[in-house]
Design a binder for this molecule. Structure first.
Ligand SMILES: NC(=O)CC[C@H](N)C(=O)O
Length: 364
């Protein structure tokens, strides 16, 4: 498709704010929670991260698409975002390993997008008004008509989504003589599994709703709770599973949603943030070592600081240097810890990969 031939598309926000632009990717209509990611690279990894399921992504990096897509640089089998908003979208791409244009890739996976909109204005708007739903369409260009579709989009708060992106059947990966690790797949990024396998873990990846009795039948040495989409507070099945792991005194590591579930299992609440953290340069301080890390993040919920600080069960290990939110926890007198950010990065800096080594040391 030539750039000038692109059909029109529109973006409507829940508060009525309306943007006109050009259609990219799939021609259609799709709504979700609008959020922005400030990362300058790694768009394909971001779009395929299952934690973004049901969200419309605004990239603050103006130039998107210019290095195309590669089938191996994915965090899951397909893009999980529900829509894409960019400022300057490039259909032609230049990269020696590039396989397919981002436009074709999004079209193939039925992800609609809009480009040629003022992404800085959109980001400033949602940053000051808070998280909200939005809808993209290249079919319904009238705001009033589109509003009827937008009204059908559920709010992220109270949504259970992990079971929609989790694996359907359990599978095993890694060296068979490695440490047996039960991995709860709430929407796991493939680079997390890679980090675990690279360190010699023999992983069995279980569907989100697998009960503790079933995971225990495999006789795992340790447990891992993955990242994933949706609201942790309504995931009773996963919170109960985490409680069982903690009660059984099994070594446990959780990332992002996994961190929130461990907090919930310890009686600590989570809340919907006014704006989430999504980017590759969130500064975090490790309180135990005194060192700071630049971290990759993607979350819209967070654990309630006061409840953490009043808890006898947990200890804070990491804090966010931008807004003091809790970034890491350790359960007292247990081999259990978790972080809100993404130590596997992908995309992002590798400052925090020591946490995977820490998990091995803890088990040994
Ligand atoms: N990356 C994640 O695991 C995200 C966790 C959760 N869905 C949130 O938005 O906070």
């Amino acid at each position: 498709m030539k750039y000038t031939d692109r059909p029109d598309a529109v973006l409507l926000l829940e508060d009525g704010t309306f943007f006109k632009g050009k259609s990219i990717g799939f021609k259609g209509t799709k709504g979700g929670e609008i959020c922005f990611n400030t990362g300058m690279t790694g768009y394909q990894e971001i779009y395929t991260d299952p934690s973004y399921y049901a969200q419309i992504m605004v990239n603050t990096n103006a130039h998107i698409g210019n290095y195309g897509t590669v089938s191996t640089e994915v965090e899951s089998d397909s893009p999980k975002i529900f829509g894409l908003v960019t400022n300057n979208f490039s259909e032609s791409f230049s990269r020696h390993t590039g396989e397919e244009s981002l436009h074709d890739y999004l079209n193939k996976h039925e992800v609609p997008g809009i480009t040629d909109v003022d992404t800085r204005a959109i980001v400033r708007h949602i940053r000051s008004k808070g998280a909200m739903n939005a809808i993209i369409s290249s079919e319904i260009l009238d705001a009033d008509e589109l509003k009827k579709e937008l009204d059908k989009v559920p709010s992220m708060e109270g949504l259970e989504l992990s079971s929609q992106v989790s694996v359907k059947e359990a599978y095993e990966v890694g060296p068979a003589d490695g440490i047996k690790l039960a991995v709860m797949d709430y929407g796991i990024k493939s680079s997390i599994l890679q980090q675990l396998v690279q360190r010699g873990f023999y992983c069995k990846v279980f569907p989100a709703k697998t009960t503790f009795d079933i995971t225990e039948e495999w006789k795992p040495t340790a447990y891992f709770l993955s990242n994933g989409p949706g609201d942790p507070a309504v995931m009773k099945y996963a919170i109960d599973h985490a409680k069982n792991i903690i009660d059984a005194d099994k070594p446990l590591f959780g990332i992002c949603l996994g961190h929130q579930l461990i907090a919930q299992a310890c009686g600590i609440g989570t809340f919907k943030m006014y704006n989430g953290h999504r980017g590759l340069n969130q500064p975090v301080k490790n309180i135990l070592s005194g060192k700071s890390e630049i971290t990759s993040q993607n979350h819209g919920f967070s654990v309630i600081s006061e409840e953490v600080r009043n808890s006898d069960l947990v200890e804070v290990t990491h804090i966010n240097l931008n807004d003091d939110t809790i970034e890491g926890l350790k359960i007292k007198n247990k081999k259990a810890f978790c972080v809100q950010y993404h130590p596997e990065s992908s995309p992002g800096p590798h400052d925090s990969r020591y946490l995977f080594d820490q998990f091995i040391s803890l088990i040994n």
